[in-house]
Design a protein around this ligand. Structure first.
Ligand SMILES: Cc1cc2nc3c(=O)[nH]c(=O)nc-3n(C[C@H](O)[C@H](O)[C@H](O)COP(=O)(O)OP(=O)(O)OC[C@H]3O[C@@H](n4cnc5c(N)ncnc54)[C@H](O)[C@@H]3O)c2cc1C
Length: 414
């Protein structure tokens, strides 16, 4: 792999940029791998990366039916935070947040991590109580967050309207080292590093069946032929229950569209991320100047990457009352992704009823922030059969009633 650096750019400039090599290879699938990961989103690629980096397992294929990063990983609003309530969540999200801090250096790829700070607004008494409780829990967990009053919210984000026609801003939960990163770059950075370790990233290759024998995985049927493997990771977000169905088990997942939109670019006006969960909208400003806006999930299951039109209106209404200055902005693009939501709003990282099949899903509306931590933990689970970070996220918790209830921190937030 050619190292990216200021020196490399200068050298290439002199020779008319003729020396750059492809960032990752596009091989045809081999007959057999030690590990096959289905899903070249952030979580699948990060799992492959840490399998190689932490455990030396590199005979790995990452397969995607589309293009890498073309699922939710390339469709989200890139909010990164770790201010969750329950201990298992705080552990995995904080692991992820801390890995984001050095990801560009680790991958030698600029993922534009920007720890600009995230505020989750409290607009009801109930939210004040909830966020103060989370701040206390976070201090016990070693996650740095603080409760701030409305004056500090205004100081951090001068364009906010504290009085709100429906709900006033009463304060917020502030995580100063939360922020955002460039989502495609996260996928591209991991893909490049995986390819460099000799792993095969196979795009335009749909998994159509899962082969098992005697309760153990044998491989997958794909649109490019059968591929055998010793271990299989299903990391396909909104399609998790479809893949599980192919292997003969069920997952407690609902697949619903979630949408986002961006405005025309404007001059810098906001250097924090704001989430307003009561009126329901969230916003940040990208490096290009576009206001990046996210809304809610559709109320019914489906697999279209679009979302219902009324959500756009609801989201824009919420944000116009919170930030009146955006009222005359034109919206440039809107899109949706299929998110995989569990009953307790927490992810599933787990062994499955089929020996050798592991599943990573259920990140719902908020899994971008978890990518490095999830990949780290999933790799450990797949390599060693156990990871302290995944232990409580197993799929069997729903039978046993051991929920990781994050409906306050994650139910509608991102
Ligand atoms: C609009 C929107 C906004 C969001 N905002 C945020 C946010 O601000 N912060 C945050 O933390 N999270 C956010 N999220 C959630 C986040 O994007 C997801 O949790 C995360 O990207 C999931 O990554 P993944 O790798 O699991 O899935 P994906 O990136 O969806 O990757 C799964 C891959 O599996 C492939 N696949 C599916 N079926 C098959 C098959 N049969 N064969 C082969 N390949 C298959 C798909 O093509 C896809 O590329 C948002 C999501 C959306 C949609």
């Amino acid at each position: 792999m050619k190292r990216y650096s200021a020196f490399a750019i200068a050298k290439e400039a002199i020779r008319q940029h003729t020396g750059w090599t492809r960032a990752w290879a596009s091989p045809e699938p081999k007959k057999k791998y030690d590990v096959v990961i289905v899903g070249a989103g952030g979580h699948g690629l990060a799992t492959a990366y840490y399998l190689g980096k932490n455990f030396g397992i590199t005979n790995v294929a990452v397969i995607d039916k589309g293009w890498l990063g073309g699922g939710n990983t390339g469709r989200n609003t890139t909010i990164i935070r770790s201010n969750y309530l329950q201990d298992p969540s705080a552990a995995i999200y904080e692991k992820a947040r801390s890995l984001y801090e050095t990801m560009s250096q680790d991958l030698n790829y600029n993922v534009m991590f920007s720890p600009r700070g995230v505020i989750m607004l409290a607009q009801t008494q109930h939210e004040i109580r909830g966020y103060k409780r989370t701040a206390h829990a976070n201090s016990l967990q070693g996650v740095q967050t603080e409760w701030i009053g409305p004056e500090r919210v205004k100081e951090l984000c001068p364009i906010i309207n504290l009085d709100g026609p429906r709900y006033p801003v009463l304060g917020g939960l502030w995580q100063a080292r939360g922020g955002s990163a460039r989502h495609d770059a996260v996928a591209w950075g991991y893909a490049r590093a995986c390819s460099d370790m000799g792993m095969d990233i196979i795009q335009q290759c749909e998994v159509t069946g899962v082969m098992t024998e005697g309760g153990k995985v044998k491989g997958v049927n794909t649109s490019k032929g059968d591929i055998l493997c010793d271990k299989l990771g299903m990391v396909v977000a909104g399609h998790a229950s479809v893949l599980a169905g192919m292997a003969g088990f069920k997952l407690p997942i609902e697949s619903v569209p979630l949408q986002a939109l961006v405005s025309e670019p404007i001059k810098p006006c906001m250097d924090v991320v704001i989430m307003a969960n009561t009126v329901h909208g969230y916003m940040s400003q990208s490096d290009k100047g576009e206001m990046v806006i996210g809304g809610g999930t559709d109320g019914h299951n489906n697999y279209t990457q679009r979302g219902s039109f009324h959500h756009i209106e609801e989201t824009v209404r919420a944000l116009v009352e919170t930030f009146p200055m955006i009222a005359r902005l034109k919206m440039l693009r809107q899109w949706g992704g299929i998110v995989d939501v569990t009953g307790d709003r927490s992810a599933i990282l787990s062994k499955t009823p089929v020996d050798g099949i592991f599943v990573n899903c259920g990140w719902g509306t908020g899994g971008f922030k978890a990518i490095p931590g999830s990949g780290w933990a999933m790799a450990e689970l797949m390599a060693k059969g156990y990871s302290p970070l995944t232990e409580e996220f197993n799929m069997f918790r729903f039978k046993e009633g051991k929920f990781i209830d994050e409906s306050v921190a994650a139910g509608v937030a991102h």
